[in-house]
Design a protein around this ligand. Structure first.
Ligand SMILES: C=CC1=C(C)c2cc3[nH]c(cc4nc(cc5[nH]c(cc1n2)c(C)c5CCC(=O)O)C(CCC(=O)O)=C4C)c(C)c3C=C
Ligand SMILES: [Fe+2]
Length: 447
């Protein structure tokens, strides 16, 4: 990384009475790396995947490369994130500010060859876009559409990452992929606390585009959708803002739409041992092609904001088991103090029995951990009630979706938060490992 990392977490002042809600660090000045108007640097057509690689197949970009800057909070603001590597970018790489998440179904009539070709084309396009370049091809003459839709021209790459995942349905009998199904990939069972809308649930494929600029993230998904005309059909899409989890203590902990710091005890994604134990699919997986990948679980979780905003502060804090201002556990003073789940006052647990952190903590779940990487979302206003529509677009990575199922069975049944939320959308996807030089998503999936 070229940017100076933050020396420490945001201030943990230990005060719980006075409001100390600090604003998100402002975005740093844009990097000088900007999108090119013309395609010269990329080349034309299918040669582009190679054009992004230097001699000997070495990727020109490095993880978090480019002339980075540090935001006032100290967070690195490098321009680009490596597309290739052992793991796909967008999981362990630092969370960006914005999300565009879409799922697709393979179109009726599309063949195995169509899908394989599309995935190869998507690879070249995704790699180019993460480098801040336009989708490979040409500008189009007056009688043909341009190969890039154009709305990211002049914008910086914004640390764009494009992460692909495959839903359970892709491994049915349509494309001859049944023998390559990752062993834990199956539809999630019915879970407590959900009332799922099929319009925001499932999908054969998912694309998670994250960037510091919403237009860059949207542009990435839109261009993959355009390249997919005739082969895949969009199923649903979600825009996210205000990342609700940090994936490294170098990032100041953001706040969710309930006003609480979210991500304090998330996995530090730089910790390879912990990632190896809990997040990356390991040697135990019989499907070798997916080792080094992960499973992505998405949940669209609606918040009953009007109800929450009428709740008193003491109850809000009891719901999470943490102070709203500092983010400290109710048994501590600083945000990163470990919660003391045994502490009692007046015969009652200080961190209530039905509090979110008590129920979700690894100490109380046989060490179970997941990597959370969610975003806030809004759908505007409910026309009938006038209520605000929005909440958490929860995304988590883990080495088996069973981890999520185990946690949600507990949370959905006992969490005090349930009074204020409902799970309305869901998805589960196998996320393959990263691509080596010269490899593409089509060949990786079909072998
Ligand atoms: C099934 C997994 C989880 C769901 C669903 C979930 C929903 C959800 N969470 C918050 C807000 C917070 N969550 C926090 C901690 C936390 N949450 C989960 C899991 C799920 N959350 C875990 C594993 C943890 C860590 C527990 C621990 O180790 O102590 C926190 C506290 C701060 C933090 O550590 O991140 C907040 C705040 C909301 C609003 C929400 C649904 C809308
Ligand atoms: Fe949570």
């Amino acid at each position: 990384m070229t940017a100076t990392p933050s020396p420490s977490h945001g201030p943990a002042d230990g005060s719980d009475g006075a409001p100390d809600i600090t604003p998100e660090p402002a975005t740093a000045a844009p990097s000088p790396v900007s999108r090119r108007r013309l395609l010269g640097a990329v080349g034309a057509g299918a040669a582009v995947a190679g054009a992004a690689l230097g001699a000997g197949g070495t990727a020109l970009a490095t993880r978090d490369s480019g002339p980075g800057t540090a935001a006032p909070g100290g967070e690195p603001r490098a321009a680009t994130v490596d597309f290739r590597g052992a793991h796909q970018a967008g999981i362990a790489t630092p969370s960006q500010d914005r999300l565009c998440f879409a799922t697709f179904d393979v179109a009726p009539g599309a063949t195995r060859a169509d899908l394989a070709a599309l995935l190869t084309t998507w690879t070249a396009a995704a790699e180019a876009m993460t480098l801040g370049r336009q989708v490979p091809g040409g500008e189009g003459d007056l009688n043909t559409p341009p190969d890039d839709t154009g709305e990211a021209v002049g914008l910086t790459p914004g640390r764009l990452t494009v992460t692909i995942g495959y839903g359970p349905g892709l491994f049915d009998d349509r494309f001859g992929l049944a023998a390559r199904r990752p062993s834990a990939l199956k539809p999630l069972p019915a879970l407590p606390g959900e009332n799922l809308d099929p319009a925001v649930t499932g999908g054969d494929l998912c694309v998670q585009a994250c960037a510091d600029d919403p237009q860059v993230a949207f542009h990435a998904v839109r261009n993959l959708r355009r390249l997919g005309f005739g082969t895949v059909l969009p199923r649903w899409m979600e825009l996210g803002f205000g990342r609700t989890s940090s994936t490294s203590p170098q990032q100041a902990t953001p706040r969710n739409l309930m006003g609480f710091k979210d991500g304090t005890r998330n996995i530090d994604a730089r910790d390879e041992k912990v990632m190896g134990e809990h997040v990356w699919i390991g040697e135990e997986e019989p499907q070798r092609w997916v080792r080094g990948g992960s499973y992505l679980v998405s949940r669209k979780i609606k918040m009953r904001m009007e109800q929450w905003d009428r709740d008193r502060l003491g109850d809000q804090q009891d719901v999470f088991g943490r102070y709203k201002s500092s983010g400290a556990p109710l048994t501590g003073h600083g945000e990163f103090d470990p919660p003391d789940f045994a502490a009692k006052s007046g015969g009652r647990y200080v961190i209530p029995e039905d509090s979110h952190i008590r129920l979700a903590a690894p100490e109380n779940n046989k060490g179970l951990r997941i990597l959370r990487r969610g975003y806030s979302y809004t759908d505007g206003i409910d026309k009938e009630t006038g209520d605000l529509l929005g909440g958490l677009f929860f995304i988590a990575f883990m080495n088996t979706p069973d981890r999520f199922v185990t946690l949600q069975r507990v949370l959905g049944a006992h969490d005090a938060l349930n009074e204020y939320i409902q799970h309305i959308g869901s998805g589960v996807f196998a996320v393959p490992p990263g691509l080596a030089a010269g490899q593409d998503w089509g060949r990786q999936l079909f072998g």
